[in-house]
Design a protein around this ligand. Structure first.
Ligand code: WTA
Length: 648
């Protein structure tokens, strides 16, 4: 178990702001009641919420059924998520999306307009012959059309899988093939940091690797760059739209029908296609947007996540739209053209709720600690963070400089698998301490257990973070891989708990502090990456014999990657600096820029046990500049340690 973070230094408690509390969606009394209701009768608790929050086509009778690890929620109910996100808000002349482009164009779309756009595009997809249950890959930046694409799939019951548009052609091809997608929706290209990213070319390269299932590739003309056009497969978005607006009847979805697949890294080389259902997912999205983000009619909610990640699904698209809110999306880089871009957007658009990752906060803090002083950020009333632990220094800066010392901060812990926030403070109610995501939300039975699965109640003793009871938005499995689902999330404690893969501890107040991952997953800039995935990418290079990837603490990214590499015979003389650069580019083409190792070191061998297992723990110690923590007498090649320590 990792040591308690040095971040413990900051331990000031921040009391709820009384002004905020006087108008928050959930009061202290209501929160206590919610917890009590859940403890008294968890079924009734979820039943009431599901009846009140969701617009059903057919209301359910059964609440939760099944046994671990396969649960079903509201199984006999019927609904369509887009009816919840669109139909129920039309006729109110309310803004749904405010889109700011990197070049500062502003485009506002009302709920009425979004409804028309989604219906027309749904009609187009239907016309192409796509049917309920078909998989569709969306490979686009965060622009209104990608949201339209997502919602159109949901309207028809097509299972969407959004692939972050920074992933390489190989990563894209793997995902297309894993879910056997029938169609891909993409853009010609887009600009990031002023640079053209040729998305359609990446799709072409992916398809050239062999993706037999794909029948159609729909391209939205976004940037205007030239693309190669394959007439048997490619079609322009505009050309398939109806001549006159169409209304498409939302597909009746059973609660348990799949809404989407989202790939995330695990501890093997192959990403997992996490599957989410319709009603359960929607319910947790709605309630957490109301409870944790305190979303109200007049709010402008800016969650900076790309729609390629789960945060973009739950807190850009589904949650805020299902609560009838206005979202702001920005498809550019945070520092473009200058590091004050975020603050300018907040000021100019009167953003009220801002949700981002600690990495972004640290980057912007480093690039201009006092830049926010030049802007009027008074519209803000609530701040949030997600994706990785936030260090107290960044938390305090965020609170004072961005939040004007008045905004509550919600540090939200959750995962692709959990669908929505699980552990988080309620603004105006929960006392916060920088660095802790505080306590589980009502309905979430989170605990910390030891190796044997016994609950740890002692303060500050670390253990495995697990969830005991099922909750509606829990993952329903891994696409096409039951065995991996069971093994990854359930078998460690024999189906007794959902195993998050994180380690955590509770302080004396009962606040949960996330300590890190218990598996070979690293968290780079709030993005999950499997070290095995990066290792297999490096090893697939012709010069490389072996590689081991570990992470070390990084001031901005939280964690960064250090790859240890040994070369095949005959390559020992190559220029290592050049090769390191080549390998970095190699990883970029294999996975994507986010996986590029920060450091690469070459050695004759890697430290191994006598049975031939690479001792990653030792490499971790070396990469982190720590004392060697394990017994090295079991090492087959002890002198390799000195060599490794010397090259750093
Ligand atoms: C980490 C992102 C500390 C954690 C929503 C988790 C966090 C993984 C926090 C999930 C937080 C997420 N504090 N760590 N507030 N939120 N994590 O699937 O290790 O991309 O397991 O979902 O991010 O990453 P994912």
């Amino acid at each position: 178990m990792k040591n308690i973070e040095s971040s413990l230094k900051e331990s000031r408690t921040y009391k709820p702001n009384p002004k905020f509390a006087s108008n928050s969606n959930v009061t202290k009394k209501q929160l206590d009641d919610l917890h009590k209701n859940y403890q008294n009768d968890s079924e009734q608790f979820w039943k009431d919420l599901a009846i009140n929050e969701i617009k059903w086509i057919k209301q359910f009778e059964t609440c939760c059924s099944g046994v671990a690890p396969y649960y079903k929620w509201f199984e006999d109910g019927e609904l369509n998520v887009t009816e919840n996100c669109l139909d129920r808000f039309i006729g109110r002349s309310k803004n749904a999306i405010i889109h700011i482009s990197e070049t500062n164009d502003k485009n506002i779309i009302t709920y009425d307009e979004l409804f028309v756009l989604v219906n027309n595009f749904s009609w187009a997809l239907q016309n192409l012959g796509l049917k309920k249950g078909d998989r569709v890959i969306i490979y686009m930046p965060t622009i209104p059309e990608s949201i339209i694409a997502v919602l159109s799939c949901a309207r028809l019951g097509l299972i969407h899988s959004v692939v972050f548009a920074g992933f390489s052609s190989e990563s894209l091809a793997n995902r297309i093939n894993d879910c056997e997608a029938k169609a891909i929706i993409t853009v010609d290209g887009f600009k990031r940091n002023g640079k053209l990213i040729q998305a359609k070319k990446t799709v072409d390269d992916a398809l050239a690797l062999g993706c037999k299932s794909v029948l159609k590739c729909i391209i939205f003309k976004h940037n205007g760059n030239r693309i190669a056009f394959n007439h048997s497969q490619d079609i322009w978005w505009d050309e398939i739209l109806p001549n006159k607006d169409k209304i498409v009847c939302p597909e009746k979805m059973s609660s348990e029908d799949l809404l989407f697949i989202l790939y995330t890294s695990g501890s093997t080389g192959k990403p997992k296609g996490i599957i989410h259902s319709t009603a359960g997912y929607l319910l947790n999205c709605i309630i957490t947007n109301k409870w944790v983000f305190d979303l109200k009619e007049e709010d402008i909610f800016w969650c900076t996540a790309d729609i390629g990640w789960i945060t973009g699904h739950s807190y850009v698209i589904y949650g805020p739209l299902a609560t009838g809110s206005t979202i702001l999306i920005y498809d550019g880089a945070p520092t473009y053209p200058k590091p004050d871009r975020f603050w300018r957007i907040i000021q100019d658009n009167k953003v009220t709720i801002f949700y981002t990752a600690p990495t972004a906060i640290r980057t912007l803090m480093k690039l201009g600690e006092n830049l926010p002083d030049n802007f009027n950020l008074e519209s803000l009333r609530l701040l949030g963070t997600v994706g990785e632990p936030i260090n107290p220094k960044a938390w305090v800066w965020y609170q004072t400089k961005i939040g004007n010392s008045a905004c509550p901060i919600v540090d939200t812990w959750w995962q692709t698998e959990t669908g929505a926030n699980m552990i988080a403070p309620l603004p105006g109610v929960t006392e916060t301490i920088p660095g802790t995501c505080t306590q589980a939300l009502p309905g979430i039975d989170a605990l910390i257990v030891d190796e044997k699965g016994n609950e740890i109640n002692k303060a500050n003793q670390g253990g495995y973070l697990v969830i005991r009871k099922p909750w509606p938005s829990m993952l329903r499995g891994i696409w096409g891989d039951k065995k991996r689902y069971q093994e990854t999330y359930w078998s460690k404690f024999k189906n007794k708990y959902y195993v998050t893969g994180d380690t955590a501890r509770k302080d004396k107040y009962g606040n949960i502090w996330i300590m890190g991952r218990a598996d070979d997953v690293v968290n780079i800039s709030g993005h999950r990456l499997g070290t095995m995935e990066i290792e297999s990418a490096i090893v697939s290079h012709d010069f490389v014999a072996e590689s081991a990837v570990v992470s070390y603490k990084h001031e901005i990214k939280g964690e960064a990657i250090h790859a240890f590499v040994t070369l095949k015979d005959g390559y020992s003389e190559v220029n290592k600096k050049e090769l390191a650069e080549k390998l970095r580019e190699w990883v970029k083409t294999k996975i994507g820029s986010i996986a590029k190792p920060d450091k690469i070191s070459f050695s004759n061998a890697l430290p191994k046990t006598r049975s031939g297992k690479i001792m990653r723990r030792l490499l971790r110690n070396i990469a982190r500049g720590e004392a060697i923590s394990s017994d090295t007498s079991t090492l087959e090649n002890e002198d390799i340690l000195k060599q490794l320590q010397n090259i750093l």
